[in-house]
Design a protein around this ligand. Structure first.
Ligand code: NAP
Length: 358
């Protein structure tokens, strides 16, 4: 889908004044990245050029590195969906930004870099009270969580919401949005520490899935079908389990297939089996149980005007202090492989961000 914006470069030794990026030359493990020099190109008419100070690391970046992400450009390419930094130049039709402005932007790809170009309508002002690291942490996570809860689920006060991966980047964003909407929030995570952290941020009921079966535990302690909404980034047979807890009119929002990932490199058999298990969702069973299942791909939503509205809503929430980004750990851009390892070893509580010293 993104081949028109793909940029590939030859590896070189860069001097400090060059713009540079971390490129994935071929699929591989954490060590596969290489540093490459990139041009400081002029922005197009509706584009904004940015000196990048920080860029967000997303779970999908790991999939891209492993060659498991169909929408990624052909290798070699520079990953990175989102950046924060300072505007250096703007195109002739840009009215909302000027050089010197602090911004955050969705770049689709090419964000693991000291310099990036973003479209004006995918760039937002970075609120004064937020650091560049915070700015690089929030667009993908908060927009995904907002679309899942407000646009797809049409969340209402008093709804009971289960969020898998509650202590991850999207998970903690969704927790804040759901609590602000007046929901009762349940969450799953792979450690007690993660659940404790989420409880300190308002989680009402947590299940450590390594110790307990979340369906049985919630049924036993909360009720047979307590849930209005489930946010599911895991995929595979998890969706059938989610539906065992759904009330009639309940809906599952599926936005990932983390269950397809085992280890640092691609495992085609695990991926295939995870995908096949999702074929169990059929319309007749939804019909019979009055359930809904949504698929969410925020990357594919970005070209649509609704994302501008979502961005504006988030800016209001951030300005009023109702939403707060949770940056767990930063790594220098050159250590992006280590950042991937940290994420994939499931050590993060909140967002992992790369910092750029340019
Ligand atoms: N569709 C979209 O538009 C969209 C947008 C953003 C994110 N996402 C998806 O949302 C999920 C969360 O993304 P994120 O960037 O916020 O990541 P994240 O949740 O900050 O980090 C990954 C966490 O996922 C859990 N996990 C589950 N299975 C895993 C596996 N096989 N390998 C490693 N970790 C695993 C781990 O938490 P536990 O220890 O608790 O298991 C880990 O800490 C991902 O599946 C991602 O692809 C989708």
């Amino acid at each position: 889908m993104q081949s028109d914006i793909q940029q590939t470069f030859q590896p070189v030794q860069s001097s400090p004044q060059d713009a540079w990026a971390m490129q994935i030359p071929r699929s591989g493990g954490y060590e596969v990245f290489e540093r490459v020099k990139i041009p400081r190109r002029e922005p197009g008419a509706e584009e904004v050029a940015i000196d990048v100070k920080a860029c967000g690391v997303n779970f999908a970046d790991n999939l891209m590195r492993m060659g498991m992400y169909p929408e990624a450009p052909k290798m070699p390419f520079v990953p990175g969906y989102e950046v924060a930094g300072i505007v250096t130049a703007v195109g002739s039709k840009v009215t909302d930004f000027k050089p010197g402005d602090r911004v955050m932007a969705a770049t689709y790809f090419n964000g693991y870099a000291s310099f990036a170009v973003a479209e004006q309508d995918k760039t937002m002002p970075l609120p004064d009270h937020l650091s560049f690291e915070a700015g690089a942490s929030l667009m993908v996570n908060f927009m995904t969580a907002w679309v899942a809860l407000h646009e797809m689920s049409r969340v209402r006060k008093g709804d009971h919401v289960l969020i898998h991966g509650i202590a991850g980047g999207v998970g903690l964003a969704a927790l804040q949005i759901a609590k602000n909407a007046g929901c009762v929030v349940y969450g799953t995570a792979g450690s007690d520490d993660k659940l404790e952290y989420a409880k300190s941020k308002g989680l009402d009921y947590g299940v450590n899935y390594r110790k307990k079966n979340f369906v049985e535990d919630i049924r036993l302690n909360v009720g047979r079908r307590p849930l209005d909404i489930v946010l599911d980034p895991l995929g595979g047979d998890n969706i059938a389990k989610d539906r065992k807890l759904l009330k009639p009119t309940g809906r599952v929002i599926v936005y990932g297939m983390a269950n397809a990932v085992k280890g640092a490199k691609a495992n085609p058999i695990v991926s295939l089996l995870t995908g096949l298990k999702m074929f169990h969702i059929n319309l007749l069973s939804l019909f019979a149980q009055n359930h809904g299942v949504y698929g969410l791909n925020v990357l594919r939503m970005w070209p649509f005007p609704i994302m501008h509205e979502v961005g504006q809503a988030l800016l209001v929430e951030l300005a009023e202090g109702r939403l707060k980004p949770s940056v767990d750990k930063t790594f220098p851009l050159e250590q992006c492989g280590e950042a991937h390892r940290y994420l994939q070893d499931r050590r993060n509580i909140g967002k992992v961000v790369l910092t750029v010293d340019n």
